[in-house]
Ligand binder design. Structure first.
Ligand code: THU
Length: 159
């Protein structure tokens, strides 16, 4: 037996203005994307802005349904749209912003497990790290690749 330790590095900012201009723009796009949220049940509005390697920014927002499991998270709505419309373009950076009853969370909302799994698959498909930015009003976290949010990823090699 040997004990192992896993550590992750990420950057934390206290304001969007501390970030580089491209990231600032993407954070603002994620907040803007919340306007597309359909969340009459949770009143939690999530916006996602996905920067593709060709410079296109794809926006997504959570879509809820009276049959709860039929809804979809903001991150997957953006990634699936990009996957369907730009199948060969790597996904460079995904910014995510969550608001509770219209108020941006101080500490950023973190993506659910299903969204992390989908991020991992697209990252592997394109062979390029997908950066993740979690936007809150008091803290913004930036991760260099999906592995930092989902270690020991299940992928086709596991089958
Ligand atoms: N939600 C997202 O859009 N992304 C996540 O990663 C976590 C949760 C949405 C789903 C649901 O509409 C609402 O937030 C409350 O769970």
């Amino acid at each position: 037996m040997s004990e192992k330790r896993l550590t992750i590095d990420y950057e934390e900012f206290s304001s969007v203005s501390e970030m580089d201009p491209k990231d600032q723009e993407l954070c603002r796009a994620a907040i803007e994307a919340q306007k597309g949220s359909y969340s009459p049940y949770s009143h939690f509005q999530v916006g996602a802005a996905l920067l593709l390697a060709n410079g296109v920014v794809v926006k997504g927002a959570n879509q809820e349904n009276a049959a709860y499991p039929s809804g979809l998270c903001a991150e997957r709505s953006a990634m699936f749209w990009a996957g369907a419309n730009y199948p060969d373009i790597p996904m460079d950076t995904l910014a995510i912003a969550g608001s509770d009853h219209g108020v941006l969370c101080e500490s950023p909302a973190s993506p659910c497990g299903a969204c992390r799994q989908v991020m991992a698959e697209y990252q592997k498909k394109h062979g390029k790290p997908m950066k993740i930015i979690l936007v809150g009003s008091k803290r913004i976290r930036k991760f260099g690749c999906v592995d930092d949010l989902l270690p020991f990823i299940f992928d086709s090699l596991s089958m």
